[in-house]
Structures are given as structure tokens and as C-alpha cells.
Design a protein around this ligand. Structure first.
Ligand SMILES: [Zn+2]
Ligand SMILES: [Zn+2]
Length: 180
């Protein structure tokens, strides 16, 4: 991992530390193995968060927004997509944890660890970027997709295909008599 956003916890003031980062897709590529490069393109992302510390527990709260370039899963057109979400992490010193406690905390995704005096924001930011990637990307919510018969993009064109086959199947279902 080439990216490193390590913050020395000693430098976190009592009132907290504000952290802002704007980067592009190249930065994100440093987070993932080459073979795991996702099939979308991250244009840019913005992170805005606040880091505070109470005794030795570090709290990170913020917001991440992404601008993605994706292929719509309905019409296959290229489209820009923006998404955003809030996040919160609680990081505790790794050395204070027993193996048992670690196992219990592993189920709580918002609890993490830091080693020594440094908190690394890189894995948290990468995780948040991944969480904003839609499983099925759409160019827009109401995308009409492609005609299943002729392949025309129904957002921009119309075609003369009969779209009766779905209704025919429904008609077959209607012929079944349901016993009461
Ligand atoms: Zn679409
Ligand atoms: Zn058609």
C-alpha cells in the first residue's frame, strides 16, 4: 500500500482535529491489489472528518463523497454517478486488547485498532470508497434500458418492437385456476 495518511495521536488537540482530503482515482489504486481493480473509474473523492481522542480511544466521524464513472447496467451507456455517506470509527490501541476481546470486537465493524502512536486513515477511507460503489450502477433511477428484442436504447430512441411477450406469460398464468 503506497498511500499513507498517518496521524500521530499526540498531535490531536483536545477540541479535535479536522481532516480534509480530495483525491482522484490514482490514489484509490494504491489501496487495492492490481488484480482487484474494480470495473468502474473513480473520478474523485472528498473526505471531510473530525478526529478526536478521549484517553486513548480515537473517534473519527465524517463524510465521504465520490464521483464515479460507470457503465449503466440497464442501457450500458457510460455515466457519471455521485454518491456520499457518513461514517464513524472508534479505534482503540491494539496492545490493550486480548485475543478474546479482539474476536468480540471483530464483529463490530466500527471498532478498529491502531498500533503505537499512529492512526492510519488510509484503510478507513478506502473502505468507505468501496462502500459507496453501487452493486448495480444505473445512469439514472428511471433508465428505460435497452429493448430486449432490437437492442435500441429506449432512453434516446423508440422502436417498433412488440413488447407483448411478458404479457403473454401473464396471460398463461391467468388460465390457471386456483383452488380455494
Ligand atoms: Zn442507463
Ligand atoms: Zn426494439
Amino acid at each position: 500500500m503506497s498511500n499513507s495518511l498517518k496521524i500521530n495521536i499526540v498531535t490531536i488537540p483536545e477540541e479535535g482535529l479536522s481532516f480534509v482530503l480530495s483525491e482522484d482515482g490514482e490514489w484509490f489504486k494504491g489501496c487495492v491489489q492490481e488484480r482487484d481493480y474494480p470495473d468502474f473509474s473513480l473520478q474523485k473523492f472528498d473526505v471531510n472528518c473530525r478526529i478526536s481522542i478521549i484517553s486513548s480511544t480515537v473517534f473519527i466521524k465524517g463524510n465521504l463523497s465520490v464521483l464515479l464513472n460507470v457503465y449503466c447496467s440497464r442501457c450500458l451507456e457510460n455515466a457519471n454517478l455521485s454518491a456520499a455517506g457518513d461514517f464513524a470509527y472508534t479505534l482503540i490501541p491494539a496492545k490493550n486488547e486480548t485475543e478474546k476481546e479482539r474476536e468480540l470486537n471483530a464483529e463490530d465493524l466500527e471498532i478498529g485498532y491502531y498500533d503505537g502512536e499512529f492512526v492510519d486513515l488510509t484503510p478507513l477511507i478506502c473502505e468507505q470508497i468501496i462502500l459507496q460503489i453501487p452493486i448495480k450502477a444505473l445512469c439514472r433511477e428511471e433508465c428505460k434500458g435497452l429493448c430486449p428484442q432490437c437492442g435500441a436504447n429506449l432512453n434516446t430512441a423508440s422502436c417498433n418492437c412488440q413488447r407483448g411477450f411478458v404479457n403473454e406469460r401473464m396471460a398463461v398464468l391467468k388460465d390457471f385456476k386456483v383452488k380455494n
